[in-house]
Write a new protein. Structure first.
Length: 292
């Protein structure tokens, strides 16, 4: 079977926990998990000309990720996020105001790579900077014109988004993944009145935004997946939670790889929940060894 070919776009950074720095950023976490699941993965971002940037490249390459599209700037440092985790493992974030990932630009090499991918992944935080936003939207638009799978993993981080950013991203997506903390904000931005039943809101978003699939994660409760034909409720998998950092990124990686392999939706969402649960049992977003 041909390996899925995926491009992840957006922030690559270091999460600064009280106990030390850990490599991260939603697209980087997604890329690592997609690679562990057997995909051929490239990543598009920008790093500073600094030790953290060098170490980020080494980490990505350690997972077999193609870093040839990674860019470097001397004017802005590699991104960092201060992370604190509460008693139940839920993180809160203090994001560096200006980071190298804001400077990612369009290149001929990026256009050539896009012509060969099966899926593109993007979120909101990676579009915070004007240049990066234009680059990621151009990439997603290129993919849309060629009917390539376009996975929009919302990842709302205040104050780095607004309703227009959500709407513009939804217009470029074919698959939406969000959390139960984000559904009301996304629905309102898209002109959908949130329903007491989240599956109804997802179905309204599916129709309003011409999506192929919409998925909402619900923490320990699992996930809801909505397609034009199906609504699937997948319970969560019990685990001893260390922290939940990166669990959603792992979920999205499993979702994307499953879709590209044309696995049944029931199996896809079950596997994605199982992988996310396994991540919660580890400290940090990317365990060093595959767990399935």
């Amino acid at each position: 079977m041909k390996r899925p070919v995926i491009l992840a776009c957006g922030e690559v950074l270091w999460d600064l926990f009280p106990e030390g720095a850990r490599f991260g950023g939603a697209p980087a976490n997604f890329a690592c998990h997609a690679a562990m699941l057997g995909s051929e993965v490239s990543i598009l971002s920008s790093l500073g000309n600094d030790p953290r940037g060098d170490e980020a490249i080494a980490n990505l390459q350690g997972f077999g990720i193609d870093t040839s599209l990674m860019q470097q700037t001397s004017n802005v440092p590699t991104g960092t996020v201060r992370v604190s985790v509460d008693a139940v493992g839920k993180p809160s974030f203090e994001i560096q105001a200006e980071s190298a990932w804001d400077r990612v630009a369009w290149t001929n090499a990026l256009e050539a790579r896009l012509a060969a991918v099966d899926a593109i992944y993007f979120g909101t935080l990676g579009q915070r900077g004007q240049l990066a936003r234009a680059t990621i939207r151009r990439a997603a638009g290129f993919a849309k014109a060629r009917n390539i799978l376009r996975v929009f993993d919302v990842n709302l981080r205040r104050p780095f988004f607004d309703a227009a950013l959500i709407r513009d991203s939804m217009a470029l997506a074919s698959v939406l993944k969000l959390s139960d903390d984000e559904i009301e904000e996304v629905a309102t931005a898209c002109g959908v009145t949130p329903d007491a039943k989240p599956e109804s809101t997802l179905r309204s978003l599916l129709a309003r935004c011409d999506l192929d699939l919409a998925v909402m994660t619900r923490g320990a409760e699992g996930a809801i997946l909505v397609s034009p034909e199906d609504t699937i409720f997948q319970p969560g998998f019990p685990t001893a939670v260390r922290d939940t950092v990166g669990a959603g990124d792992a979920f999205t990686a499993a979702l994307t790889v499953g879709l590209l392999r044309r696995t049944s939706l029931e199996i896809i969402v079950r596997n994605a929940c199982q992988i996310a649960s396994a991540v919660c049992a580890h400290s940090g977003a990317v365990p060093r060894l595959p767990f399935l």
